[in-house]
Design a protein around this ligand. Structure first.
Ligand code: HAM
Length: 428
């Protein structure tokens, strides 16, 4: 056996896991279509400068960076948002707004590997650009709700906040942007005392503490209490009003919000308004997260464009599905092995295989030149549902033998009826 293993923090996905990732990706794509998002492919490598602008210290320190042979500083994408924002300032600049862009693929972060945390992982990413209205924020949250429902997850909960509240308070009390980002990084990790210790202004500290310690019975009451706590802070008050509008819209549309967290912050620096994450009770890591970032496109040299988006962690959704033993609602496709009885008729057998494939039947052709008994035994072992045995005598009559490998029954079927017979027969 080879001693080569995948690089630390990366993994091979084979068999059921590969099937599950493909299933979840298909569900993400379906969700994109349901909400009118167009699929876009961008490179896995981008300039370090692009990826590091506004992503924040945390992500910057965890990027895979290298110099290419031309001496350019390149990084593997740690997320999609920067790439899509780049597109919005270039190829998609003149597209009518709002823009709805969907992407899926692998992303890379030098995180400490553990369950649900990898250095290569898969995201489904949705960006909605061109609207500052709470309806746009609501759409991204509702889309997340739909995705969780579509993959069959139970009991998932959405946590909502607005980083504009904390930023508004700190700006008004004169905390510089660098310190603000450092405070928010710590708040994201729930290191509240360490976060407050960075703030010199006492009034600011008191207000922030009141939000951290705020308790209420319902999400609506939380928002009302937040309004009271930030009275006198102009931008923070506007941010709470905005949070309230988004919460009401989402709740009215029938999607429950489990929690509103007044001290909620996320690792990425570009957020300017609403932020949210989705969880399932079985895992303490987020299955997805997103928020509003109204300045990023401008930073990349584009027109000021309000934007909001979300990324779903497909690996974590897979873990949640496995934990909850979610059954895949995939269409069960019958699998067929086509086996020629003799060497001389393999061309004709291959033609039958092609006809079946054209009719949408999944076929594994006998390519090992094995004797019939061996070939059938192997097809059975691989879990094929049927074997199509192509014999000389039957072929002359325009027929083949169709063997049901599960029921261990067989009959002769005319070539004209073969594909419909396979498709119509219920799995035994
Ligand atoms: P994020 O919260 O950094 O947001 O990542 C989104 C999701 O990716 C997380 O909720 C999690 O499910 C998954 N994820 C993150 N790190 C790992 C890891 N090391 N291993 C496995 N899964 C992981 C973003 O990436 C933003 N770009 C989202 C966004 C889009 N905001 C606006 N637009």
């Amino acid at each position: 056996m080879s001693s080569f293993q995948p690089v630390r923090g990366t993994r091979d996905l084979i068999n059921q896991e590969a099937q599950l990732l493909s299933y979840v990706t298909a569900k993400a794509r379906e969700t994109a279509k349901l909400y009118g998002f167009k699929e876009t492919f961008t490179p896995v490598i981008e300039s370090f400068e692009l990826l590091s602008a506004k992503s924040g210290e945390e992500i910057r320190q965890r990027m895979f960076i290298f110099d290419d042979l031309g001496g350019r500083k390149i990084a593997l994408r740690p997320e999609f948002t920067a790439s899509i924002a780049r597109l919005a300032t270039t190829a998609l600049r003149n597209e009518p707004k709002p823009l709805r862009v969907f992407s899926t693929g692998s992303v890379y972060r030098y995180d400490e590997p553990q369950k649900g945390r990898y250095r290569e992982f898969y995201q489904a990413n949705y960006e909605l650009m061109g609207s500052a209205k709470p309806e746009a924020d609501a759409e991204v949250i509702l889309l997340t709700n739909s995705m969780m429902k579509n993959v069959g997850l139970q009991g998932y909960a959405i946590k909502l906040g607005n980083v504009g509240v904390l930023k508004g308070i700190m700006s008004q009390d004169g905390v510089d942007e660098k310190t603000q980002n450092a405070v928010l990084q710590r708040m994201d990790k729930k290191e509240y005392e360490a976060a407050l210790a960075l703030v010199e202004n006492e009034k600011c500290r008191t207000t922030l503490r009141s939000l951290i310690e705020l308790k209420a019975d319902t999400v609506f009451e939380t928002v009302e209490k937040m309004k009271a706590q930030v009275a006198g802070y102009e931008k923070a008050s506007t941010a709470v009003e905005n949070l309230s509008a988004i919460l009401n819209l989402v709740a009215e549309s029938g999607c429950p919000i489990e929690a509103v967290d007044p001290a909620f912050a996320r690792g990425l620096e570009y957020y300017t308004g609403m932020i949210f994450e989705v969880y399932v009770p079985e895992l303490d890591i987020a299955l997805g997260g997103g928020g509003r970032y109204d300045r990023l496109i401008e930073v990349f040299g584009g027109e000021p464009t309000p934007a909001v988006g979300v990324a779903h962690g497909l690996d974590r959704i897979m873990i949640a599905m496995q934990t909850q033993q979610t059954t895949l609602k995939a269409q069960i496709q019958k699998r067929v092995a086509v086996v020629p009885v003799k060497e001389e008729i393999k061309g004709e057998a291959l033609k039958i295989a092609q006809q079946l494939r054209e009719a949408g039947v999944s076929v594994e052709f006998e390519i090992m030149g094995r004797k019939m008994a061996k070939a059938l035994e192997d097809a059975d072992k691989r879990g094929a549902d049927y074997a199509v045995i192509v014999g000389e005598r039957e072929l002359k009559e325009g027929k083949v033998t169709l063997k049901d490998l599960k029921k261990r029954e067989q009959c002769e079927v005319s070539l004209d009826e073969l594909s419909s017979k396979i498709k119509q027969t219920p799995l035994g």
